[in-house]
Design a protein around this ligand. Sequence first.
Ligand code: C5P
Length: 219
Amino acid sequence: MNSSIPVITIDGPTASGKGTVAHLVAQHFGFHVLDSGCLYRLTALSALRRAAPLNDEHAIAKLGEHLQCHFSGTHVFLGNEDVTAAIRAEEVGNTASRIAALPMVRHALYGLQQSFRKAPGLVADGRDMGTVIFPHARLKVFLTASVEARAQRRYKQLIDKGFSASMQDLSKDLAERDARDMNRASAPLKPATDAHLLDTSGMSAEEAVAQVIGWYLAL
Ligand code: C5P
């Protein structure tokens, strides 16, 4: 029964450090990782490439349902193409946030997300991991950080990857994306009632990881 396989969920807003913390916690326990945002980004990239109208819920959900994606280490493939860098572009992130508000798209990606639950365990990062996808997770964490701290992190990530970026545009995009993620009717971004809250604004990734590992070991 895969319901006995432990899951740690790490939810939170854009650039709160979820991805880094999830990978390091998974590494520590030898668990698998689900970057659920990546699945929304892959669906968004498919939609942009096919010039699918973003308000056509049926068409976008179909793209999500039939995503031909696979993961190899830190690389993400759509069909045979390595799209690891392409899905991180701001346009793809913003489109992902728009299509993620569509209930049929969320439904289409449900089974794929569940399929990541494999022994010996899973660390799942996203917006609704603890509230919708894995409501019985053994440990739920909700990461937050100030808009300034998150814009700074996103700026550094983009520059390191060779993209150009402006702090002002990033702060505006983050605030808009937060508002869309928190105010949508379907699976809005919010902490599960039984989630541990962690504000990472003044914290290093290592400190945040140590806190999550400590919570898990104390269960
Ligand atoms: O986490 P990331 O920024 O890669 O996610 C891209 C977008 O996908 C988010 O802005 C959010 O709108 C959406 N998303 C979601 N639910 C998840 C993960 C991501 O709605 N579990």
